[in-house]
Write a new protein. Structure first.
Length: 231
């Protein structure tokens, strides 16, 4: 199977990423994957993956193998290490009685002991008229508050439409939509479900959800890389 090398994560500005995650619930990792690598890797991964059930109009989901292929397995571990300070700070701000081990394997083992053994990392394929409704991944007691998404197709060439949209719901306020400007090979770290925001009386809980608008033409491929498993 074709491999998918990635840009070393220590080349990114993680203090900036942490600030953006605190402020808006997402942060870009431009050029995480080489555009020359993503299409052949996606084709091979889809051919080898098992399709997951999906509703009509919501595209196709292809679960990635567990354990993940070596480059993605390393990326997942590196991502966990860089995001631990944010995850721990968010848990403290929200008063959540959750600890995150230093080691991703230890966290995965804790998921398994809690009955969370279903791997969530997948490739999503959307074709003309497909879309993803607003979703968040908050099933189970052990939910890592951050995840990674990546774009494996080129907007305007491989497809049109298919914009990545996040909504932020704050108490007693209207939801705020945000469009993430992903290009081929780009990734973004996003909030999995809930995060803290600072108000006049301290931190309060914000709910973040992710959607993908209707694909008008062509085929859009995306990668979801999760740091926790589901029941």
């Amino acid at each position: 199977m074709t491999t998918l090398p990635f840009q070393p994560l220590n080349t990114y500005d993680w203090p900036r990423i942490a600030r953006e995650l605190d402020a808006q619930g997402w942060a870009l990792l431009p050029g995480l994957f080489d555009p020359r690598d993503v299409r052949p890797w996606a084709r091979d991964a889809i051919a080898a993956a098992r399709p997951a059930p999906a509703q009509a109009g919501h595209g196709d989901q292809y679960a990635l193998p567990d354990p993940l292929p070596a480059p993605l397995r390393q990326l997942r571990a590196d991502l966990h290490r860089h995001l631990l300070p944010v995850a721990r700070a968010w848990a403290k701000a929200l008063g959540v009685d959750t600890s995150y081990p230093d080691d991703l394997d230890a966290y995965t083992q804790r998921n398994s002991q809690a009955g969370q053994r279903r791997a969530l990392s997948a490739i999503q394929r959307l074709r003309a008229d497909d879309y993803q409704p607003l979703l968040m991944h908050a099933d189970g007691d052990g939910v890592f508050p951050l995840r990674l998404i990546a774009l494996l197709s080129e907007p305007g060439q491989d497809y049109t439409g298919g914009e990545v949209v996040m909504t932020e719901q704050r108490p007693r306020m209207q939801s705020r939509p945000m469009v993430l400007p992903l290009q081929l090979g780009d990734a973004a770290v996003i909030a999995t479900s809930h995060r803290p925001a600072q108000g006049g009386h301290g931190a309060y809980r914000v709910t973040d959800r992710l959607a993908i608008s209707r694909v008008r033409r062509g085929e859009r491929l995306g990668l979801d890389l999760m740091l926790h498993d589901a029941p």
